[in-house]
Write a protein that binds this ligand. Structure first.
Ligand SMILES: C[S@@+](CC[C@H](N)C(=O)[O-])C[C@H]1O[C@@H](n2cnc3c(N)ncnc32)[C@H](O)[C@@H]1O
Length: 213
C-alpha cells in the first residue's frame, strides 16, 4: 500500500477502471475537465516544458502535452493499475522515454523529485484527505504554474458526495471523497507565492490555474 493515509489503498483505482478510462480516452479524447487543464497549460505559451502530473491516472495530460508543449514529464500515482495502463499507452504513442513513472503517494516522495515548470492535479485533491500537505508539496515542485481540477462547492455536489461517502461507509471501504474549501486552497497557494489567473467551471468540476507571481 503506497499511500501514507489509510483512506486510499492501491486498489481504490483498480485495473477495470483504468481500462475503462483508456477506452474512453481512445474513443473520445480527453475528458471535459482534462481539456480545461490542457487549454490552461497551453495558454502559458511554453515550449519544451517539464511537467509533473500528480495522480495522472492513465496519463492523458502527458500523452497530450508531449505533442506540443512539453519535452519531459513525471507521473506520480498511488495506483499501480493506472500506472501500468499509462506506461503501456505511453509506449504505444512512442514517448515512454520522455516520461518517468513513479508509484507512490506524492507527499511521500515530493522531496526527492526535481521541480517542473508545470504541476497538474486533475481530480486528485478530492481523493486526498490532507489537502494542505498535498498542495504544499505540489507548489514546492512548481517553477511556473499549478493547474488543477476539483469538485465545485455546490449543494448538489455536496449531496452526491455525502451519499457516495455514506455508501463507502456501508460497504466498509475506507476510501472517501472530499470537497476541500476553494478559499482554503487559494489562500494556501497564495501563501506559497502563486496567484490564481484563470478559473473555468463545468457542472461538476472547477479548473484553476495558478501562476508564480
Ligand atoms: C479520480 S483519479 C483521477 C485520475 C486522472 N487524473 C484523471 O483525471 O483521469 C485520482 C488519481 O489520483 C491518484 N492519487 C490520489 N492521491 C494521490 C497521492 N497523494 N499521490 C499520488 N497519487 C494520488 C489516484 O491513485 C488516482 O490515480
Amino acid at each position: 500500500m503506497p499511500c501514507n493515509c489509510c483512506e486510499m489503498e492501491n486498489n481504490t483505482f483498480g485495473e477495470d477502471e483504468a481500462k475503462a478510462n483508456l477506452k474512453d480516452y481512445r474513443k473520445r479524447g480527453p475528458a471535459n475537465q482534462t481539456k480545461l487543464i490542457l487549454e490552461a497549460v497551453r495558454s502559458l505559451g511554453l515550449k519544451d516544458a517539464s511537467l509533473l502530473d500528480v495522480g495522472g491516472g492513465i496519463g492523458t495530460i502527458h500523452h497530450e502535452l508531449l505533442k506540443d508543449v512539453a519535452s519531459e514529464a513525471t507521473h506520480v500515482d498511488a495506483s499501480s493499475a493506472y500506472l501500468k495502463i499509462a506506461t503501456e499507452e505511453a509506449k504505444r504513442l512512442g514517448h515512454e522515454a520522455q516520461v518517468k513513472f513513479i508509484h507512490a503517494d506524492f507527499t511521500d516522495v515530493a522531496e526527492s523529485l526535481q521541480q517542473a515548470d508545470v504541476v497538474t492535479l486533475d481530480r486528485v485533491v478530492c481523493c486526498y484527505p490532507n489537502m494542505r500537505e498535498l498542495l504544499k508539496a505540489a507548489s514546492s515542485k512548481s517553477r511556473k504554474a499549478i493547474v488543477m481540477t476539483y469538485p465545485r462547492e455546490t449543494w448538489y455536489i455536496r449531496m452526491v458526495i455525502a451519499v457516495t461517502n455514506l455508501w463507502q461507509r456501508l460497504i466498509k471501504d475506507p476510501f472517501r471523497v472530499f470537497v476541500h474549501p476553494v478559499n482554503e486552497m487559494e489562500s494556501l497557494l497564495m501563501g506559497e507565492g502563486l496567484k490564481r489567473t484563470s478559473t473555468r467551471r463545468l457542472f461538476v468540476w472547477e479548473m484553476a490555474l495558478y501562476q508564480r507571481t
